[in-house]
Write a protein that binds this ligand. Sequence first.
Ligand code: CP
Length: 312
Amino acid sequence: MPLRDRHLLGIEDLDLDEIELILNTSRSFKEISTRSIKKVPTLRGKSLINLFYEPSTRTRSSFEIAAKRLGADSININISTSSVSKGESLIDTGKNLQSMNPDIIAIRHSAAGAPHLLAQYCKSTSIVNAGDGMHEHPTQALLDVLTILDHKKSIEGLHVAIVGDIAHSRVARSNVLLLVKMGAHVCVCGPPTLIPMEFESYGVKVTYHIKEALQGADVVMMLRTQKERQRDVFYPSVKEYFALYGLNMEKMKWAKRSAIVMHPGPINRGIEIDPELAEAGFSVIFEQVTNGVAVRMAVLYLLLGASEEADL
Ligand code: CP
């Protein structure tokens, strides 16, 4: 069964069957990355273009690795040396890239809705949202849920605390949409200046006190303070932010003993998380990165090759 839409633009568009399909397909692809020869011909002859207007380490490289492990070709557009620097618009860039007949364009852009716009103009290419402004980052949420399910039986009934710069985080929105859809109890926490009112309408609990967020939590998801998107001063100092919202061993005692700690990366060690906590036994931060490859393999496969016999 392929995905209903030819594009993956946001968690909002996915139903529960499609989410299960992506997660199950990701699980079946995980094993390929553990082989000595990490390559199958499943998407041979297909091509992916990574069109990243914003910096990325994890997402861009994992899309590239995912494509290559499935036998597809992948091309990275370097925005700073592309004709974008001469003023070429997003639509013209997309239409020109589409003219070379790629099968998928994965786009990251600072403007919310950029992937949706591209999808309107690029009818013969699948568009994947690799992060649009402060809106959505769907493959991040999918890899996060895959990682949670490696440690917990089910998402339904799970208590998930999402702590930090909620306002500027596309990861927060995509995770809230996905986790609530799958039946989790989600609590978002951060300074009042960094939690938009709209989050209450998503069916999550909102608190400004980290103790309240962490008490009884099965999953603690820490978010990066996104300096590059903060045009105002949202908290008095880094020291105060860390004291009130930064995760350390003391605060982790409020969560369940079996709780796991997540972070989408990149980590600001010493701002939202104690410098050593990322390597603690309860941290699954690097497992998230590993699962990112599997989820992106699944997304590429389901957008392009699901109707064909899988050759694994
Ligand atoms: N999590 C995430 O999107 O990381 P990158 O910005 O490095 O892609």
